[in-house]
Design a protein around this ligand. Structure first.
Ligand code: HSE
Length: 440
């Protein structure tokens, strides 16, 4: 059988890695796919740039439209990122009847609904394993391996840059800005690093995971995002003292009221395996009703790990070329009609329930704690743990750290507003959500 002809948009880190993996493992990949896979054309912005891969035998162009409109090409691999040019190229490729493989999380999270609808119409595949958690086959696991389950929740460390920053702050006592600069130098960070530190990149990935887990349309705009830039070394140390690690977590949880979809710094008990996921590594914990908790761990970025996912998708597309479109695994795991008819709501952040870590500075005098705990108690909030750090000098503030039990976010917000009005409280109350990541 003739080899499948592939065109690549973007020959940077992931594009170069994809060519390398396809070349290095060509024989085994052919044995798996049932036919050869040949990269015939690639588009790159600047053809004079040095590459991490050989481009022998690949026709190069600076015009991505050449690839998308090339009648010889069966599969277009989109690795240019962003959601403007990438969106129009992917739509054009689909309209031209080509299958698409993409690593573009922003594109899928924001425009996946229209892309999949168009792909459905044209009977082509759009595969996106590399869009979430790099080399970890989490899309495959959720979409196929766990398809017998009702997924209850999932929680992931799905941004390597943010995890690297928090790990270095904890292990080496380094400052946020220094570590971010290093992550940028090492090439982990997004072109705009605020996407990493403010949780936008993680929210793109979480949106995709939630859709596949719960059979709901992609709703990136409904995801709550909170970054890690307010986390201090002291918070990291206090959390440790209480037996927790702070991770930038994406959480998607099914509740009776709707779906919680949120990315924020989170205290996790240090005895959980996922709490030990350090540096740029990613991990996703999925709780299914039948299987229980499952954990997926691996490299969330980098040339070869991301190429591993891209190539797996190319192999999948190759295998399905001869199958009827209606017999393929649906793009988002659930049948398209079942997704569009779903009436499951994403909850506003006010309506979520978590435990909380609170940190505040108070005047060190009698009665302060009694007043504080009365406000907390009157708000229906139960305290799980409490630490008071003595002031360093007689007239300095004392520092108080409180861990609470589960409470609705809006009740916690009301209590924080009242606490911040107390004259003995100085500055803002720092609030970090806590997830136990066990049964519920
Ligand atoms: N900037 C992303 C990260 C790259 O740090 O995880 C992979 O999506």
């Amino acid at each position: 059988m003739d080899p499948v002809k592939v065109g690549i948009l973007g020959l940077g880190t992931v594009g170069g890695g994809t060519v390398n993996v396809l070349t290095r493992n060509a024989e085994e990949i052919t044995r798996r796919a049932g036919r050869g896979i040949e990269v015939v054309q690639a588009a790159a912005r600047d053809l004079s740039q040095p590459r991490i891969c050989s481009t022998d035998g690949i026709s190069l162009t600076t015009k991505p439209e050449d690839v998308v409109n090339n009648p010889d090409i069966d599969v277009v691999v989109e690795l240019i990122g962003g959601d403007t040019l990438a969106r129009s190229l992917v739509m054009q490729a689909i309209q031209n009847g080509k299958h698409v493989v993409t690593a573009n999380k922003a594109l899928i999270a924001k425009y996946g609904n229209e892309i999949f609808a168009e792909a459905q119409k044209k009977g082509v595949m759009v595969a996106f394993e590399a869009a979430v958690a790099g080399g970890i086959p989490i899309i495959k696991a959720l979409r196929e391996g766990l398809s017998g389950n009702s997924i209850e929740w999932l929680a992931g460390i799905i941004n390597g840059t943010g995890n690297f920053i928090l790990t270095e702050m904890r292990d080496k006592g380094r400052n946020f800005e220094d570590v971010l600069a290093e992550a940028q130098r090492l090439g982990y960070a997004e072109a705009d690093p605020t996407f990493d530190v403010e949780g936008i990149d993680a929210a793109h990935k979480l949106t995709i995971l939630a859709s596949i887990a719960f059979g709901i349309p992609l709703q990136f705009d409904a995801a709550y995002t909170e970054g890690i830039s307010q986390i201090t070394r002291e918070d990291v140390n206090y959390a440790e003292e209480l037996g927790y690690r702070i991770k930038h977590l994406g959480v998607a949880k099914r509740t009776e009221a709707g779906i919680e979809l949120r990315v924020h710094p989170t205290l996790i008990p240090e005895r959980r395996l996922i709490a030990s996921v350090d540096g740029v590594m990613n991990a996703v914990l999925v709780k299914g009703d039948a299987v229980g908790s499952t954990l997926y761990y691996g490299a969330g970025a980098g040339a070869d790990p991301t190429a591993s996912a891209v190539v797996a998708d190319i192999v999948d597309v190759t295998r399905t070329l001869t199958s009827d479109p209606e017999n393929r695994v649906p793009h988002l795991a659930f049948q398209p009609d079942a997704i569009s008819q779903s009436n499951i709501q994403i909850l506003p952040i006010d309506e979520i329930h978590t435990a909380y870590y609170l940190r505040m500075d108070v005047t060190d005098k009698p009665g302060v704690l009694a007043d504080l705990t009365r406000i907390i108690g009157d708000a229906g909030i139960s305290i799980e743990a409490f630490i008071q750090k003595e002031p360093e000098t007689a007239d300095a503030d004392a520092r108080i750290i409180i861990l609470t039990h589960l409470i609705a976010e809006q009740q916690m917000n009301k209590a924080i507003t009242q606490i911040e009005k107390m004259p003995v409280i100085h500055g803002k109350v720092t609030r970090i959500r806590v997830e136990y990541l066990d049964k519920d």
